[in-house]
Design a protein around this ligand. Sequence first.
Ligand SMILES: C[S@@+](CC[C@H](N)C(=O)[O-])C[C@H]1O[C@@H](n2cnc3c(N)ncnc32)[C@H](O)[C@@H]1O
Length: 395
Amino acid sequence: MSVSGARSMLPALTPDEQRHSEAVAAAIRAAITAAGGWLSFERFMELALYAPGLGYYSAGAFKLGPGGDFVTAPEMSTLFGGCLAAECAAVLAATDGEILELGAGTGALAASLLSALDARGALPRRYAILEVSADLAARQRARLGTLAPHLRERLVWPERLPDAPLRGVILANEVADALPVRRFTLRGGELQELGVALASDGALQDAARPPDERLAAACRALLGERPGELLPQGYTSEVNLRLAPWIASLGACLERGALLLIDYGLPRSHYYHPQRAAGTLRCHFRQRAHDDPLINLGLQDITAWVDFTRLAEAAVDAGLEVSGFATQAAFLGALGLERLLAAAPDAVAHARLAGEARRLVMPEEMGEAFKVMALTRGYHAPLAGFAWQDLRRLL
Ligand SMILES: C[S@@+](CC[C@H](N)C(=O)[O-])C[C@H]1O[C@@H](n2cnc3c(N)ncnc32)[C@H](O)[C@@H]1O
């Protein structure tokens, strides 16, 4: 979609939103000027999403849920947490461990997962939430504060990853896609890095320049020495150079157990396919997806799909084992989605849950685009969620 196309199809901003967006734009313009006229897209995305008091995740935008900008699986249905409970219960039993959830959004997964684990008699000793957004952490505390006391008392919000080794489960649903990415584009047979600069009227605009050595090396590893022979002119995509340090930090604190990452994404050969010439970067504003990150600053989500091959490589480098890779549909199916549906208390609940289940697993909804990857350390029992499908050969 073109820039003007994106603007014209999106709802207009309220005066307050307009003011907020202009404040974020002013902060980004100042950062561009301070950096000598150009910011990498990674830095731009970091400011647009996480600048204190201004960024999309740091400030008070409504964000997730039906009244927000996008709906995640745990927001859509308690069936998601219900299925995950089966996998978590087995790992918790074997490790006598705890759960650490990263980036818990509104707390929907924590609520449904704790309830489902309680019903199984498999509650963790502790349920920790590590959240970078103060606004979302406040919403999580308010929502989860209404849980029964024996659930509520297990919840903690640490400021950082634990120093002490963690046994149990680490969960991250739709967090990897929110890490800032670098962008590159093919011009005249050469790869250029895409960043953000100022037009003569002060507006933000895309600006290309030769990649630094780190990005150039990453692109060579992905696309070979002569990408111009493989890819069409104008080919644009993303590479997430923050994924490996993030996985390394998670791996460093996991002593025994499993790390479950759920996100939209692809194995590398599909991600960087020549036909995916516009990349995977997407913006979400009031339930509409578009591809212009330079508008609605601080008011819209900006994401990129996950290169699951990069994730797996980072895991191996961090000494973790890649123990499962499957579509969300196969993962939830193997964990008993149908059984949970069949246990609905009445016909009305069944009809509602059946509709939610379809959105979680149908290929044209979340079922195929979303994948689940399990990374383990010191845990060798089979993971039930991967009993139906093993896509590791595609990585
Ligand atoms: C797209 S939302 C997903 C929210 C929730 N997991 C869900 O599925 O509804 C991304 C979340 O990740 C958080 N986040 C982003 N980077 C993070 C990081 N490095 N560590 C922990 N949380 C992070 C955001 O603040 C937000 O809560």
